[in-house]
Design a protein around this ligand. Structure first.
Ligand SMILES: [Zn+2]
Length: 639
């Protein structure tokens, strides 16, 4: 065991480490974000968000659930998945320790994880809501009990701990839990799956982290079992659980969005580790269809409040958008696995879009209040949440400090703490940059050690400068992603212009220290139009600036302006204005009739105004307001 664990400890500290993939991920010890948009958020996450989560799980008794279980008390506070928030906090702490070696994070990890580990049953089972005194029997409610979901989050957190610290009692406990699950649900065990996928992606990574194929086999078994109606669909329907169609036969993501995205991530790991090209092809096609037909401009996924689910194709209403923060995290997980496997930058494009417009939108600037749902329009001013009360999950209209279902805050925390792992990858032949942030990168490739420094104020401006600090003598390739929106991007190498075409700038040469590659992405704000089949968006336009979606927020308009009255003329270009844009609009003064439908268009007086659009991720930071991303085009017929 000891030898095995020592071998585990030398893995790169990153969330996803495929045995073999086209692109090799880099660990938190190889990429460091040194500041800027994401560096600032990582600091807020460390300083405020992680302690904030600890505070809430403590005061609500969710952590105490473990202590009670350890002393034979089956009293349980919170929902059936409350355990998972403690595990996600531990995962966030583990990445933070890997990122900075923070002492508070290390001490907190040890203290919290000791409480968790003490609750483990002798046979490895660990869940505070089942099997204890007065509780329902283990695995008696696979549809809604979330036991394997919670186990999955413990295993993911343990993988983070293993890769950033090495084994410890929490890691050992997670391995005992995984062994218990393999015994219980293996080929000869219960023919069941969890109502909420997550165990698949977790076991696959534990298999990678420990080299123990049994966990990968179990992940594969869970993926293959789904879609055969093993779960009681009740009133909600089997698609909610992705139990309607086998993963390899589905055409698009459907049902509960977070469930679908976690399952897809685990299935991508299984396809990768078993060389299952049929499954991989099915997942690629599902990703492409989902992105083309079921994804918001923000990268958000899930358009139905009912079932927190994907809608039909092109069913993407702005005001009723669900777009759960966790679905954004799940989308990044799925896209990242496909990027590693395929090497195609379209996956990194979606990751970027989702990072800037979903993940960055959820927490407020202090990192202590969060959006659970991320609609693209709000017609009634939200009500500010009380700093000291728990909100029901999606009903809070502004960011709330905590939720009865509080999956999103710790999901953001673990993502931000591990964010450096998504910045760059390598191959034998070079290094690929996928996300732009001020960073240092140091990693060996086949020819020798590569050291890079990324200097950028992105997305404030579009200049990305990569300075070579160390290079092997032989030539190698440095690649920089050119986002799909960045038509007209330019680049230089040591000041000399080079051509930019396609989705990557690839510079191949024998680099020497001081060589500088500079990519300039066009950051002028631009109009974006929706596919005409998105019926809710017909006749509207949005403004994007680089990877950032902009929005109109009532705070920036004259008092009394109803954003529903606004129209724009997209023949006039939006004007760059800091991190936003200024646009010319008209406001229609249309009074209420007795009936809001008429045989002919209503003639209305209009008033011209100029207003600033701000990044969507910054909305609702200035008190209750209304907001919209998509603006109706001015309709001449009605004037
Ligand atoms: Zn969530």
């Amino acid at each position: 065991m000891t030898d095995q664990l020592q071998r585990r400890g030398v893995q790169a500290p990153a969330p996803v480490m495929p045995s073999a993939s086209k692109l090799t991920p880099l660990g938190l010890d190889e990429v460091r974000i040194t500041g800027g948009f994401w560096g600032d958020r990582q600091q807020v996450n460390a300083d405020n968000t992680l302690p904030h989560i600890l505070d809430w799980i403590t005061r609500l008794g969710w952590l105490e659930n473990f202590a009670r279980m350890a002393r034979g008390d089956g009293t349980h506070d919170g929902r059936e998945f409350a355990d998972s928030e403690i595990h996600k906090l531990l995962e966030g702490l583990a990445w933070e320790i890997g990122r900075t070696g923070d002492e508070w994070a290390e001490r907190t990890f040890q203290e919290v994880s000791a409480v968790v580990v003490a609750a483990q049953a002798p046979d490895g089972y660990l869940d505070t809501n089942f099997g204890g005194p007065g509780q329902r029997p283990r695995y008696s409610d696979l549809e809604w009990g979330h036991e394997l979901y919670c186990a999955g989050h413990m295993i993911q957190a343990a993988v983070a701990r293993l890769r950033t610290h090495g084994s410890d009692p929490y890691v050992e406990a997670a391995i005992r839990l995984a062994d218990h699950i393999v015994r219980e649900f293996g080929p000869q065990g219960r023919n069941g799956v969890c109502g909420h996928p997550e165990i698949e992606v977790a076991l696959a990574e534990l298999g990678r982290a420990t080299g123990d194929r049994r966990y990968l086999e179990q992940a594969r078994l869970f993926v293959e079992r789904r879609g055969h109606g093993l779960l009681d669909e009740g009133e909600i329907g089997a698609a909610y659980f992705q139990d309607d169609v086998p993963v390899r036969e589905a055409e698009a993501l459907r049902g509960h969005a977070v469930r679908a995205l976690y399952l897809s991530s685990g299935a991508a790991d299984v396809a990768d580790e078993f060389g299952d090209e049929e499954l991989a092809e099915a997942l690629r096609a599902q990703w492409a269809t989902t992105v083309a037909r079921r994804t918001y401009l923000t990268g958000g996924m899930g358009s139905r409040h009912e079932g927190e689910a994907f809608g039909d194709d092109f069913e993407l209403p702005s005001d009723r958008a669900y777009s759960e923060t966790c679905a954004g995290v799940g989308s990044i997980m799925f896209s990242w696995r496909l990027l590693l496997a395929e090497g195609e930058e379209r996956y990194a494009d979606l990751i970027e879009r989702t990072l800037f417009n979903v993940v960055a939108t959820s927490p407020d600037e202090d990192g202590t209040a969060f959006f659970y749902v991320n609609p693209l329009q709000r017609n009634v001013p939200g009500t500010a949440g009380n700093d000291d009360t728990v909100s029901p999950r999606a009903s809070s209209s502004l960011r709330a400090p905590w939720f009865a279902v509080s999956c999103c805050p710790p999901n953001v925390a673990r993502t931000l703490a591990s964010m450096a792992a998504y910045v760059a990858t390598k191959t034998d032949d070079g290094v690929q940059l996928h996300q732009y942030a001020p960073a240092t990168i140091r990693t060996p490739i086949a020819a020798g050690e590569v050291g890079l420094r990324v200097e950028t104020a992105y997305p404030e401006n579009g200049v990305i400068r990569v300075v070579v600090d160390e290079s092997p003598a032989e030539e190698w390739s440095l690649s920089l992603r050119v986002p799909a929106w960045a038509a007209g991007a330019t680049a230089t190498v040591n000041g000399e212009p080079v051509e930019v075409s396609g989705d990557q700038l690839v510079v191949r040469r024998p680099f020497v220290e001081g060589d500088t590659v500079e990519l300039t992405l066009p950051m002028a704000p631009r109009w974006t139009r929706p596919d005409h089949r998105i019926d809710d968006l017909r006749g509207t336009v949005a403004v994007e600036r680089g990877p950032v979606v902009l929005c109109a927020e009532s705070t920036d308009f004259p008092a009394g302006t109803d954003l529903l009255d606004l129209e724009v003329d997209p023949s006039q270009q939006p004007v760059s204005d800091g991190d936003g844009a200024t646009v010319s609009l008209v406001s229609r003064a249309e009074s209420d009739g007795a009936w809001p439908y008429t045989p002919e268009p209503v003639t209305a007086a209009t008033a011209a105004l100029t207003a600033r659009l701000i990044p969507y991720h910054r909305w609702a930071e200035r008190g209750p307001s209304t907001m919209r991303v998509w603006l109706p085009e001015r309709s001449r017929a009605r004037d």
